[in-house]
Design a protein around this ligand. Structure first.
Ligand code: HXC
Length: 509
């Protein structure tokens, strides 16, 4: 018993008091403190606490760290079983070696076998340099499992320190990444290598800090002011997710009340050129304070996030007219496409709010592949088999009409507000193209253009042609929308749909 007690105490010490102090001095918590905060009190069961490293080269022969720099195990988060690993930076910089990797692999294997989410708390200097290729093999073993677990269980990553080199690819293979401002970094090659190779001088923060990845690269979905906020944020995220791909979505008790939302009747401005904030529409439609935005600082022209409707988790994808007029571009397409695929993989019904003037034109977009990237979103919607409903609030122009969850690509229901304009393009541009000759030859070209614009608008700047074809199921007043959605999602609750049998599709990557 005494020996057991001593070993447990040794494991608790991590890399020792000095290194723990240094970790705290950087405003960081230790691996064990993070685990403590993440799980319900007393529920965490540690596995592999006495595992030690195997390499004895480069000074490691005289060192012994129980646990090999990673705390792994399972426990309960708000009553649900979740697996987790937390890298311990106080032990050899949290570097990943053979035994360390095996412990993470075991957690991933157990999480998949038992159908539970897994959370990785990353804080590591990367492959343990003293172990050479064995460390690289360990990473690949993890990548392989992350990939096989993709779409089977939710995989969540928090970056709570450095994450360099190939180490970034395990988080990248998971479903969501969160970073902490000022203490998390992710890069394939750090500032020193960047300087040597490209002569660029850049700080760690600018190259791979939370803000850079939240706004520029889109690598991180969430940023937090500190680690406690990050862990609380992830607990909240879990509330929207099922345990695994065969589980139903979380469903809170809901008492029906007055579902009319009169404020929505006044939200669309009189002029089609004037923006409005789609987040206000979302907030009004979903259960109070349930909207949980994902990727908020990236590609702000599209809004994605989880919410609850009558107590049930849904995923929301919405064009944002308040940013770049809600246009679809490369970043918006990849952001929304990935979110749609996550929701589809985990049975989370999709609500799409559409106000989109089309795809963003220009050489930048064309040369960087808007065709391929836009097709990702199209593909993601078209293959999704979860219940999906679209509400067209205003513009549904051009290819974007098709892409944004139209009935043609499998949406179950499509509603439109009376302000909807469903056409190949806006009336002004359309008139200029098809009446070019009449306008040029007119004695008053401006008046002729305005006349033709009005003619086109009369014909197409409304939802009734689409409704006449059945492309729109119903034109509804905005204030009715919440009630319509509650009923329609309830009607679709037992939807069963399958894609054709195949090995897998070939999404345009
Ligand atoms: C072994 C490491 C280590 C590593 C850090 N340490 N990284 N030990 N292998 N990869 C040790 C340090 O020697 C030190 O030990 C302790 O951890 C803390 O490190 P410091 O440098 O003192 O901390 P800090 O100043 O905060 O800097 C942290 C750091 C830096 C930015 C992570 O340590 C660093 O740059 N490390 C190397 C990063 C790297 O190049 N990794 C390999 C990437 S390639 P002592 O005993 O002094 O406390 C890779 C390939 C994966 O990962 C491929 C997969 C496909």
């Amino acid at each position: 018993m005494e020996r057991l007690q001593n070993l447990r105490e040794e494991a608790q010490q991590g890399g020792g008091a000095k290194r723990i102090e240094a970790q705290h001095a950087k405003g960081k918590l230790t691996a064990r403190e993070r685990i403590e905060l993440l799980f319900d009190p007393g529920s965490f069961e540690e596995l592999g606490q006495m595992v030690t490293h195997r390499s004895t080269l480069f000074g490691l022969e005289n060192q012994r760290y129980l646990g090999d720099g990673v705390v792994t195990g399972y426990g309960r988060i708000e009553g649900r079983t979740v697996y987790a690993y937390a890298q311990d930076f106080t032990v050899l910089g949290g570097s990943l070696a053979e035994a360390h990797a095996e412990k993470i692999c075991r957690i991933l294997d157990l999480a998949v076998q038992n159908g539970c989410p897994v959370i990785g708390l990353n804080d590591s200097g990367g492959a343990r340099i003293q172990e050479g290729v064995v460390s690289l093999g360990g990473y690949a073993d993890i990548f392989y499992r992350n990939t096989r677990a993709s779409g089977v269980i939710p995989q969540l990553s928090l970056i709570l320190g450095p994450c360099a080199g190939g180490a970034v690819y395990s988080p990248a293979l998971t479903d969501f990444i969160g970073m902490v401002e000022g203490s998390s970094y992710m890069f394939v090659t750090g500032p020193n290598v960047v300087k040597t190779v490209t002569h660029e001088e850049v700080s760690s923060e600018d190259l791979g800090g939370a803000s850079a990845h939240a706004t520029k690269s889109g690598v991180t979905h969430f940023t937090y002011a500190n680690e406690r906020a990050a862990i609380e944020g992830y607990k909240n995220l879990l509330r929207y997710l099922p345990q695994n791909c065969e589980d139903g979505v979380p469903n809170l008790d809901y008492t029906p009340s007055d579902e009319a939302r009169p404020r929505l009747d006044t939200i669309i401005p009189a002029s089609a050129q004037q923006p409005y904030d789609m987040c206000e529409v979302i907030e009004d439609l979903v259960d109070a304070e349930s909207f949980f935005e994902v990727h908020a600082a990236f590609a702000e022209n599209i809004v994605v996030g989880f919410a609850r409707l009558a107590g049930r988790s849904i995923g929301v994808v919405a064009n944002q007219p308040a940013y770049l007029a809600g246009v679809l571009d490369i970043h918006a397409s990849t952001k929304a496409g990935r979110f749609v695929r996550f929701c589809d993989a985990f049975n989370i019904p999709l609500l799409v709010l559409e106000d989109v003037p089309g795809f963003l034109p220009g050489t930048d977009q064309e040369w960087n592949g808007i065709i391929t990237h836009g097709a990702k979103l199209l593909y993601a919607f078209a293959e999704a088999t979860v219940p999906r409903i679209t509400v067209i609030t205003r513009k549904a122009y051009g290819g974007a009409y098709d892409v944004m969850n139209s009935k043609h690509i499998g949406a179950d229901m499509n509603y439109a507000w009376p302000t909807a304009e469903i056409a190949v393009m806006g009336a002004k541009g359309a008139a200029e193209i098809i009446f070019k000759k009449d306008i040029l030859e007119a004695s008053n070209p401006a008046a002729m253009w305005a006349e033709k614009e009005a003619e086109y608008a009369e014909a197409f700047a409304h939802p009734y042609r689409a409704a006449a074809r059945g492309y729109v199921d119903e034109v509804i007043a905005p204030h009715q929308t919440r009630e319509k959605l509650i009923r329609a999602f309830a009607m679709l609750e037992n939807k069963v749909a399958h894609n054709p049998k195949r090995k897998h599709g070939n999404i345009p990557l």
